[in-house]
Design a protein around this ligand. Structure first.
Ligand code: ADP
Ligand code: MG
Length: 393
């Protein structure tokens, strides 16, 4: 996705105020009525519609008049709000080239004033599976406020919290720098995803290091759940770095053993295919008597011993709540089931329904919290977990 940050420079305070008003309106409207945007933004000299036209020209909002005259944020609009906030905070000052396109994210280089280069991950949950999620997930059926903003923000919050906790426990992960909305800023890994590596001087050592990481994660109470050659980076000195954490689950998850075996299996298969390492094909087959001396044993989930410094405690204190975790797990599980029969690749509009919060209440809340006064800091984060609670059953 093209991210022309030059547009940022041409946007006025009013432009951002109206863009933020659209974001706030999306708390309870998939398409925010133009009239409501005007009321939320309450520009001193009026003219919200003219500003909206400018935002539309730059593709920061999408116009929808099928049911009524309304607007919603585009990914780009949401990107700009996060970028502007992080730039205001001094986290970075410019956006550079795109580093990667993940399944549900876009990754860019960003640079600080002093030239330090960092990585920016913009989460795009729902990009590949909006229709499936919309049509099949019971828990979303009656949630008019369900949208990709919420899920992408949750994914970023979770990724940031997990990265930080993993780093603090000595795991080789990028340094978690900051997080806003759906955007995570982390240190740049100077390496390549393992999938791009055709030759390794010591594949068996790297293999053992990587399997050791899956085991150590489990000892600390966690399973990565997407542990494969795309999410393991390796540098020229063969240093391994793990990335991509939004889908991690606890070892107490009901499907923990299956996820653990799947993670281990991905690594075994990859090293067998790419580097010719031999091992037991199936976890169930690997009993001690028939393992060849040069074969590596498949670690068993049931043999994992829990470490004393479990990560659960840190994560509970991170702001990523139990409720958030449940919402994410439901989405991820639904996503994995649904992806197989979902060919849709474009972002799709979820159903419009009855708003959860009356507009007047929302406007009052915005006014009382002064949400529009401080430029565009993170308005949806300011009133804490209640923002997410509207998604509870
Ligand atoms: P997704 O969740 O969409 O799979 P990832 O976090 O796996 O996203 O990132 C996608 C790609 O972006 C990675 O395979 C890698 O090439 C690149 N990437 C991600 N994080 C970093 C980083 N911190 N430094 C360098 N490259 C990165
Ligand atoms: Mg990935």
């Amino acid at each position: 996705m093209k991210l022309d940050v030059n547009v940022l420079r041409y946007l006025s305070k009013d432009d951002f105020r109206v863009l933020t008003a659209v974001e706030m309106g999306m708390r309870n409207h998939e398409i925010v009525p133009a009239e409501l945007i005007g009321r939320i933004a309450s520009l001193k000299h009026g003219g919200t519609y003219k500003v909206l036209k400018n935002l539309l020209k730059h593709k920061l909002v999408h116009h929808d008049s099928s049911k009524y005259d309304g607007f919603r944020l585009t990914y780009l609009g949401y990107d700009f709000l996060a970028i502007k906030t992080l730039v205001n905070r001094g986290v970075f000052s410019s956006v550079g080239r795109q580093l990667g396109v993940g399944k549900e994210s876009d990754i860019f280089e960003v640079a600080k004033e002093d030239g330090t280069v960092l990585a920016m991950k913009l989460h795009r949950l729902g990009r590949t599976s909006f229709r499936a999620v919309k049509s099949k997930r019971d828990y979303l059926k009656h949630r008019s406020s369900f949208n990709w903003l919420y899920l992408s923000r949750l994914a970023a919050l979770k990724e940031f919290a997990f990265m930080k906790a993993l780093e603090e426990h000595g795991f080789p992960v990028p340094n978690a720098v900051d997080c806003n909305r759906h955007c995570v800023i982390m240190s740049l890994v100077d390496g390549y995803p393992l999938v791009q590596v055709k030759k390794l001087p010591n594949p068996d050592i790297i293999f053992e290091t990587i399997i050791g990481l899956v085991v150590r994660l489990a000892e600390h109470g966690l399973i990565h759940c997407d542990f494969n050659e795309f999410n393991i980076m390796i540098d020229d000195n063969e240093k391994v770095t793990l990335i991509d954490f939004p889908q991690m689950v606890s070892v107490s998850h009901r499907n923990a053993e299956m996820y653990f075996d799947r993670d281990v299996g991905c690594i075994f298969k990859f090293f067998h295919k790419r580097f010719g390492l031999s091992f037991q094909e199936n976890a169930d087959d690997s009993n001690d008597s028939d393992v060849e001396p040069d074969e590596v044993c498949w670690p068993r989930f049931t043999d994992i011993k829990k470490a004393t410094d479990s990560l659960d405690v840190d994560l509970a204190a991170s702001g990523f709540t139990r409720h958030d975790q449940v919402a994410m797990e439901r989405f991820i599980e639904g996503n994995q089931e649904d992806l197989s029969d979902n060919e849709e690749t474009d972002e799709e509009e979820p159903d419009e329904g009855e708003p959860d919060l009356p507009d007047e209440a929302n406007i009052k809340r915005i006014e009382s919290l002064n949400l529009l006064e401080e430029d565009v800091d993170n308005p949806v984060d300011k009133d804490g977990p209640s923002d997410g609670s509207q998604f509870e059953q």
